[in-house]
Design a protein around this ligand. Structure first.
Ligand code: DX5
Ligand code: ZN
Length: 225
């Protein structure tokens, strides 16, 4: 198990989203991400119910865990995260981020994740206000702001989410806790500077990394420059 505290607070990092990788060569893609300088790997888990798409689950993550030392940043876009958090953690997930809009109680789900030994994160769809996170800010390790409607990679970045990122940056700084602020959806060399200026320190990127014409290493450097 890798610990989120191993990563310096506020120091920006990129979490490549495996959803954009070549599914016929997942093992090689994970290795290539590490060789390109990534320290995190973003897993988009979709159940075809919370979002209108189905991606991958526990057996795939378990199969790739022995192949990689990357920090497995697991984004659950599922209706019942409390039911599946522990099996994902046993399979090798280091962080479980679930949606505050899901059907399970957030406080109980966070407790389940911590009891199983992983870090917990809360994600907000574009229509959910920053204030929804406030009751849980004292017990989570990460907040994820969706900058697209969850469900698919390759979508256009929603600039109207920038004020929410800035508001969450203010809330986190006021709390005095080392909570990471992650953004996800349409992040590339054009949009990365604006989310970083708003206060994000963890950038999820699928298309911009796994399908970068300039290569993954240059793409990751470009997002952090
Ligand atoms: C969308 C996912 C994202 C997506 C990002 O629901 O949560 O992680 O895969 O892909 P890009 O970077 O291509 O928008
Ligand atoms: Zn995601």
């Amino acid at each position: 198990m890798r610990n989120i505290r191993d990563f310096e607070p506020r120091r920006a990092l990129v979490s490549p989203s495996l959803l954009a990788a070549d599914f016929s060569r997942l093992g090689e893609s994970v290795k290539a991400a590490a060789e390109a300088g990534a320290t995190w790997l973003h897993w988009d888990v979709m159940d075809g119910h919370f979002v209108p798409n189905i991606s991958f689950g526990i057996p795939v993550l378990a199969a790739l865990r022995p192949c990689s030392d990357l920090f497995f940043d697991t984004h659950l876009m599922i209706s019942h995260p409390a039911r599946y958090a522990e099996p994902f953690i046993r399979a090798g997930a280091d962080l479980i981020t679930f949606h505050i809009e899901s059907e399970d109680d957030p406080a109980a789900t966070i407790e389940t994740i911590h009891r199983a030994g992983a870090a917990a994160g809360l994600s907000l769809k574009p229509g959910t206000p920053a204030s929804a996170v406030a009751p849980y800010l004292d017990r989570i390790e990460l907040v994820l702001v969706m900058t697209v409607e969850p469900g698919f990679g390759g979508q256009r970045f929603m600039a109207d989410q920038l004020p929410k990122i800035a508001e969450l940056r203010r809330q986190i700084d006021a709390s005095g806790r080392a909570v990471r602020l992650e953004v996800d959806g349409g992040i590339d060399a054009r949009t990365a500077p604006s989310v970083r200026a708003a206060g994000a320190d963890t950038l999820v990127a699928g298309t911009a990394v796994f399908r970068a014409p300039e290569g993954m290493a240059a793409a990751i450097r470009g997002l952090l420059s």
